[in-house]
Design a protein around this ligand. Structure first.
Ligand SMILES: Cc1cc2nc3c(=O)[nH]c(=O)nc-3n(C[C@H](O)[C@H](O)[C@H](O)COP(=O)(O)OP(=O)(O)OC[C@H]3O[C@@H](n4cnc5c(N)ncnc54)[C@H](O)[C@@H]3O)c2cc1C
Length: 384
């Protein structure tokens, strides 16, 4: 990507460290160390992409939104792990036919009550293993012992790591953040420098690419007209902040039932139906929409809120009644999102909606059957 940038006339300084910035309304001066030398660069725009260093947010003392998602993360690098074939299930024929990468290089997720673990092979010798946990429900005083104990209690994670060497732990006490601002004068933030939610569905890069597309149009307009279109920038900020907040809503609910196979799969089927039908498919004909992130409309919000709240309740009830979730016959087996052609273009949303709906009905039927069965049992017991 950087080579492509260079080809198109961008000056790339690498490796470079930004030591400080004098931010002025229409011009900033960057103080940089490049190749061991200190240099100053004057710039009309400064776009901060410093990730979770959050350079501009800290410098300008911007506030974060108050959000309901309250997660932390612990992670470490492991070496000397057994090969994936020694512990993982065999690849399905669907995977082998459709996946764009080898199974051994894909991220494996372990979904548990109020937390999920990742296993990401970084290179031939090193694997990252980590957990994101909901702090409203999982509390501990020592991250190290929580991490070790959780691995010990999980048969599979224990099997994978028992002979491995582990690095120091990295503990993020608070993972998600959504900045209230995304620009001021001739300064803007992009990517994790502004907001970060949760890496479960890997939405990070997608949203950043959309932000990039949007920022480019705003900046080109600035250089064409020599003025900042304040209204357009406010629209941009509002749209992205709202999208991040929608994701906060989704994740804060998901943590209540992510350990439940059928509830989590069905919730994901609903999200994929919306994402594929209203964000991906329209791109075939409306290319400009690539810069618009998919945020909830009123109907989306009502449906998702209702279903997710319902699943949270079912999950609590099942726990009280000591019941386990059941497997869906058609679990989620997407390996990529594509745009079908011809009649399949129109049928795709219908297929995804039906997939969600039929499985949703199955879940409700199971719950109904349980209530009926336990009521009949109670009546019979009373009669005896
Ligand atoms: C465990 C985990 C798994 C994830 N999995 C996925 C996934 O599968 N798919 C996906 O799309 N997203 C994923 N994400 C999210 C994704 O990684 C991030 O959203 C994305 O990397 C953010 O990009 P960024 O450019 O904003 O920040 P970063 O990738 O953090 O880049 C910021 C860069 O700026 C540099 N920098 C900071 N300060 C300075 C300075 N003063 N001078 C010079 N350089 C500086 C940093 O060194 C860094 O290289 C995951 C995140 C996590 C934590």
């Amino acid at each position: 990507m950087l080579q492509e940038c260079k080809k198109r006339g961008i000056t790339v300084l690498r490796p470079a460290v930004l030591n400080d910035v004098d931010l002025k309304t229409h011009k900033s001066v960057l103080h940089i160390t490049f190749n061991g030398k200190s240099i100053d660069i004057e710039t009309r725009w400064f776009i901060d992409a410093s990730g979770n260093f959050r350079y501009v947010k800290k410098k300008l003392k911007w506030n974060d939104q108050k959000i309901t998602l309250n997660t932390g993360a612990i992670t470490a690098h492991f070496t000397n792990l057994p090969p994936q074939s020694a512990w993982d299930r065999e690849g399905t024929s669907y995977w082998n036919k459709n996946a764009i990468g080898a199974k051994a290089n894909s991220t494996t997720h372990f979904l548990k009550p109020h937390s999920w673990w990742w296993l990401i092979k970084l290179d031939e010798s090193t694997t990252s293993i980590g957990v994101v946990y909901d702090k409203n429900n999982i509390k501990f005083s020592d991250a190290e012992s929580y991490f070790n104990q959780s691995i010990k209690e999980d048969k599979l994670l224990y099997k994978i790591t028992k002979n491995a060497k582990r690095s120091e732990l990295n503990h993020f006490n608070s993972l998600p953040y959504v900045c209230t601002k995304m620009h001021k004068d001739n300064v803007a933030v992009i990517g994790d420098a502004g907001s970060f939610i949760d890496p479960l569905f890997s939405p990070g890069m997608e949203l950043i690419c959309q932000q990039n597309e949007y920022l480019i149009t705003l900046l080109l307009d600035y250089f064409k007209t020599d003025r900042k279109d304040i209204k357009a920038w406010e629209r941009y900020e509002k749209q992205f902040v709202n999208t991040y907040l929608d994701r906060v809503f989704v994740y804060s609910k998901l943590y209540h039932f992510m350990h439940s196979y059928d509830l989590f799969s069905n919730a994901t089927q609903l999200l994929f139906f919306g994402y594929q039908s209203f964000a991906v498919l329209p791109l075939k004909y409306f290319h400009g929409r690539i810069k618009n992130p998919r945020s909830f409309q009123i109907l989306d919000r009502v449906v998702i809120k209702w279903v997710f709240n319902r699943f949270s309740k079912i999950s609590v009830k099942r726990k009280q009644q000591n019941r386990q979730s059941f497997s869906l016959k058609q679990p989620l087996i997407y390996s990529r999102v594509g745009i079908p052609n011809g009649i399949f273009y129109v049928l795709k949303p219908v297929q995804l909606a039906l997939l969600w709906l039929t499985n949703y009905i199955k879940i409700e039927a199971t719950e109904g059957y349980y209530i009926l069965k336990s009521t009949c049992l109670r009546v019979l017991q009373k009669r005896q």
